[in-house]
Design a protein around this ligand. Sequence first.
Ligand code: SF4
Ligand code: SF4
Length: 116
Amino acid sequence: MAYVITKLCLDCMDIACTQVCPVDCIYQYQGDDSSIPKNQLLIDPDECIDCNACVPECPWGAIFEEEMVPDVFKEDTEINARVVGKLRFVPTRPDNQKMPTPEEIKANKKKWGYEE
Ligand code: SF4
Ligand code: SF4
């Protein structure tokens, strides 16, 4: 089992999660495979140690334990796994990164049809 980053990260990518992951298993894909998104981060399920540290850090609420991934994001579990063994790096959070507002977070969830 592993944690999964969902589409709630897509285009948001404030990169708070990589700062706390103790095993550096949260990646940005760098290759040419168009089936693997580059505009969101992905967790390598073989390296994740299920510590939960990344979940409270993500202001967009984009990270879930695999068993808790909402139905609307079910395909993201498999998409995260595509990053295993691929060209990738662990990005660093920019110093000037701003936090999203509660309204932006709500609108992003609505965009993907996710109701908590
Ligand atoms: S659950 Fe822990 S090991 Fe897994 S991605 Fe999050 S911080 Fe990293
Ligand atoms: S903290 Fe959340 S939104 Fe930001 S990069 Fe990580 S998973 Fe994506």
